[in-house]
Design a binder for this molecule. Structure first.
Ligand code: NAP
Length: 259
């Protein structure tokens, strides 16, 4: 692949993958897609029963249930994942919450919970995972962000800000860790029909199914992308808008969002 920023993954049957946030939605669909493609997968999230339901059909799957907001739980969770996987070729970090709110109605408790789960827990995980991958001398880390990170959007005051933080974290990880032999991925999905977006009352442009999202993510890994964004239409449009001068971007966003 001519412009690959990471080594393209060509054979899933050789990959040992840890997915954190695998009990529903995109993480669950990705776990299923990877298992079907032959990867060995450890599934993590809090809901053990949901994880076990997914893992039951696949001999190459194992479950490690834990709460990512518990810093003490990460080393034990990784040790359990390593027991199953042997080493980690790829870890996908996707645990998050979504608290849509306007600038005039946000709740500080939700702000703290969102940043704690979506951002601080990412650092909790990285503090355990990065030293392990550096010890191994190889491996990849994929952070699930969102295309809402690209620009200010209605009701994205908190969620969009947490995902913008992750976009920044992923860039620094890539800058510093790619030269040390690690692969870093930033996954920026558009709207996907999952329990998370079930609360949205508006029509979600470009809405995808979780299995379509999983296929787009696997294709991004296979192409060695750094940023894996989808679907093409809405993701490309938002990215283009984010690069416009402010005086053009804000009126266009008002028009497009009818807000
Ligand atoms: N759906 C979309 O339109 C969309 C768009 C852009 C980005 N994303 C991102 O994609 C990722 C997956 O979201 P989704 O839409 O698939 O939503 P989802 O079905 O609600 O999945 C969220 C996952 O996070 C896990 N999780 C939440 N809190 C946790 C905690 N404290 N400890 C461990 N795991 C926890 C959940 O499992 P448990 O409840 O079992 O712990 C679940 O597996 C998220 O990062 C989300 O922000 C989604």
């Amino acid at each position: 692949m001519r412009f690959a920023l990471n080594e393209p993954i060509t054979d899933w049957s050789r990959q040992r993958v840890w997915i954190v946030g695998a009990s529903s939605g995109i993480g669950a669909a990705l776990a299923q897609g990877l298992l079907q493609a032959g990867a060995r997968v450890t599934l993590s999230a809090r809901r053990q029963g949901e994880l076990e339901n997914i893992a039951a059909a696949h001999p190459a799957a194992a479950v490690v249930a834990f709460d990512v907001t518990d810093a003490q739980a990460w080393p034990q969770a990784m040790a359990s994942a390593l027991e199953h996987l042997g080493h980690i070729d790829l870890v996908v970090l996707g645990a998050a919450r979504y608290d849509p709110c306007h600038s005039w109605e946000f709740d500080l408790d939700q702000v703290e919970k969102s940043f704690d789960l979506n951002v601080v827990s990412m650092y909790r995980g990285l503090s355990t995972i990065v030293p392990q991958l550096l010890r191994q001398g190889h491996g990849g880390i994929a952070l699930i962000g969102s295309i809402s990170a690209y620009t200010g959007l209605p009701r994205a005051l908190v969620y969009g800000a947490t995902k913008a933080a992750l976009n920044h974290v992923a860039q620094t990880l890539y800058f510093e860790l790619a030269p040390k032999g690690l692969a870093i991925y930033l996954i920026n999905p558009g709207f996907v029909s999952t329990p998370m977006t079930a609360i949205n009352e508006f029509e979600m442009p470009g809405l995808m199914t979780p299995s379509q999202a999983a296929a787009a993510i696997m294709s991004g890994f296979e192409k060695g992308r750094f940023e894996i964004r989808f679907p093409r239409g809405i993701a490309g449009l938002l990215r283009w808008l984010s690069r416009l001068p402010d005086r053009l971007r804000f009126p266009l966003l008002h028009k497009l969002t009818r807000m």
